[in-house]
Write a protein that binds this ligand. Structure first.
Ligand SMILES: [Fe+2]
Length: 169
């Protein structure tokens, strides 16, 4: 389950409080879990195209459901780890605050990630994602992204259009 941390007072929300708070912010949060994946599909940070497709197929029903609700048209797999060339340069870029004209929707398959989001009342908060968590940052919400201490994430990305996911700094 994801946790929320407020930047101004370092307060944490856990459990149902996360679900309730993110609903007030219109940030979609769902927990699909990863129990259905075997270990190789979870912790392999150099997945083949076949393995990527196996991950997408394992969540086919959930992907179809949220895609119908939010008009997402494509899905793919993104992997970041110490095997990623120029990981530090990429992380530096992701730390820049930006928004998109479409939702930014991510399902965490393995590892961890933090979306820092400027909320409705201009209060910044982190959503700390664990394996099995999905969030969708709404269009035009200012945000940035960080890894956690494990410095790795494997995630499903859901898109409306490639153009709508360009970062606007
Ligand atoms: Fe983004």
């Amino acid at each position: 389950m994801a946790k929320v941390r407020f930047h101004d007072n370092n307060e944490y929300l856990t459990g149902q409080a996360v679900v309730d708070f993110l609903a007030t912010q219109e940030v979609i949060y769902e927990h699909w879990g990863v129990d259905r994946l075997d270990n190789n599909l979870r912790d392999n940070y150099s997945p083949t195209e076949v393995e990527k497709q196996q991950i997408l197929d394992a969540f086919k029903a959930e992907i179809a459901d949220i895609s119908a609700r939010r008009d997402y048209k494509t899905a793919d797999i993104i992997v970041l780890s110490d095997k990623t060339p120029n990981l530090d340069a990429l992380l530096e870029k992701f730390k820049g605050e930006h928004h998109h004209t479409d939702d930014e929707c991510r399902f965490c398959v393995d590892g961890h990630g933090i979306f820092a989001i400027k909320g409705k009342d201009d209060r910044y908060f982190d959503v700390e994602m664990e394996p099995g968590d999905l969030i969708s940052v709404p269009s035009y919400y200012r945000h940035y992204f960080k890894l956690m201490d494990d410095r790795k994430i494997k995630a499903i990305r859901l898109f409306v259009t490639p153009a709508g996911w360009e970062a606007i700094y």
